[in-house]
Design a protein around this ligand. Structure first.
Ligand code: ADP
Length: 363
């Protein structure tokens, strides 16, 4: 039985049910019908009306007719039921077999395989769930491939630079000098930063990053960061200002993660702003506290804006890489903001400046 296909098993089980039904009908009919007929005849007979010898003939005639009718009823009934059962079995088994083939193709790597619309509502629902699952697996797979591609690209550059220097040193083509060693250290640092940021991003994306939400006053944090970053600005660089009311409502946030977001935003603002100003502004709106970092730097082209929060995305790959950017900072920031129940946005105009703003829910 186990070796038979589903269609055959369904058909046989229908057939079995039908045989049991017909069998019991025939047996009960065979046993009870003649008796009931005879007792009916007996009721008809009364004083002045007897069937006598004709009675045996009548009973025999009834049996013959009953047998013939039952025979044809069984033949026609079984054929009709058998045909119907075959059709039903086919109707159920065919989409199931189709589904099995599709899942197998999907499992073997054909990520674009999807279930068609099926006639049976329950199977159709199953098909739709499969399609949703398939779409999400395809998306993850696509992102995984993209990440590996991006990552190899990112790792290749510092590794090539380092190998170049080391080969030249080994061949005696260049003299070992502090400058060379510092360049090697710089490339190693970049690799180290890349690996750390990647780990951070993967933790944040997988939701494994512990987020310790507490009611916090962001003002002291904003003040200390503005002070710290002001120290890094060269004399003819932009001015860094804080625009924040003296009393800020408390937000429900993880202070360390919020600091990390602000360091990323301020670091970027500083990196892409040669002169003018960088303003950190805090405002309250309904149940949100918005923090905006506005700079008068290079700005971002409109077609690039939708991509700035994507990992490894950089407007100008070579320039940003030279300045140490990995293209992961904003991707991490966005995840950190979202993990705290907020959102991050960007507005920018090429040559005018950019504003990165995010909100955190009030406590
Ligand atoms: P990176 O480490 O390269 O700065 P980010 O994810 O922080 O990576 O930023 C991604 C890209 O977005 C940057 O390479 C840069 O092109 C652009 N960008 C981010 N912040 C600014 C800004 N304040 N002004 C101009 N461009 C910016």
């Amino acid at each position: 039985m186990a070796k038979l296909g589903l269609r055959a098993r369904l058909f046989l089980s229908h057939l079995l049910v039908m045989l049991v039904g017909v069998g019991s009908l025939v047996v009960t009919g065979k046993i009870s019908s003649p008796r009931m007929f005879v007792s009916h005849l007996e009721k008809l007979e009364g004083p002045g009306f007897t069937l006598r010898y004709a009675r045996t003939e009548i009973v025999r005639g009834f049996e013959t007719v009953w047998n013939r009718t039952t025979f044809w009823a069984v033949v026609v009934g079984t054929t009709a039921a058998g045909g119907l059962s075959y059709l039903v079995a086919k109707r159920i088994a065919q989409p199931l077999m189709q589904m099995e083939q599709i899942t197998q193709k999907f499992a073997s790597g054909k990520m674009d395989e999807r279930m068609p619309t099926l006639e049976i509502p329950e199977l159709n629902r199953l098909g739709k769930s499969f399609n949703r699952m398939a779409a999400s697996i395809e998306d993850v797979e696509h992102r995984r491939r993209q990440l590996i591609g991006d990552l190899s690209h990112e790792l290749r550059t510092p590794l090539t630079v380092m190998r170049g220097y080391l080969e030249e040193l080994a061949d005696g083509r260049i003299e070992a000098s502090t400058e060379i060693y510092l360049r090697l250290v710089k490339e190693t640092r970049r690799l180290e930063r890349l690996v750390n940021e990647l780990q951070e991003l993967s933790k944040a994306e997988a939701g494994h990053l512990p987020i310790n939400l507490q009611p916090v006053n962001l003002r002291p944090l904003l003040e200390s960061l503005v002070e710290k970053f002001s120290d890094q600005i060269l004399e003819n660089g932009p001015v860094l200002k804080l625009d924040c009311p003296p009393q800020l409502p408390l937000v429900l946030a993880d202070i360390d993660r919020t600091e990390q977001i602000l360091i990323n935003l301020l670091g970027n603002a500083l990196r892409y702003t040669d002169h003018g100003s960088i303003v950190v502004k805090a405002t309250t709106e309904a149940d949100k506290l918005w923090v905006a970092v506005t700079d008068t730097g290079t700005g971002i082209a409109p077609e690039d804006l939708p991509h700035v929060f994507e990992r490894f995305w950089r407007a100008d790959r070579t320039r940003a890489r030279d300045s140490g950017g990995s293209g992961l900072g904003l991707a991490i920031s966005r995840r950190l903001v979202e993990l705290q129940g907020g959102q991050i946005q960007v507005e920018s105009q090429l040559g005018v400046g950019s504003t990165f703003r995010f909100y955190l829910p009030l406590a």
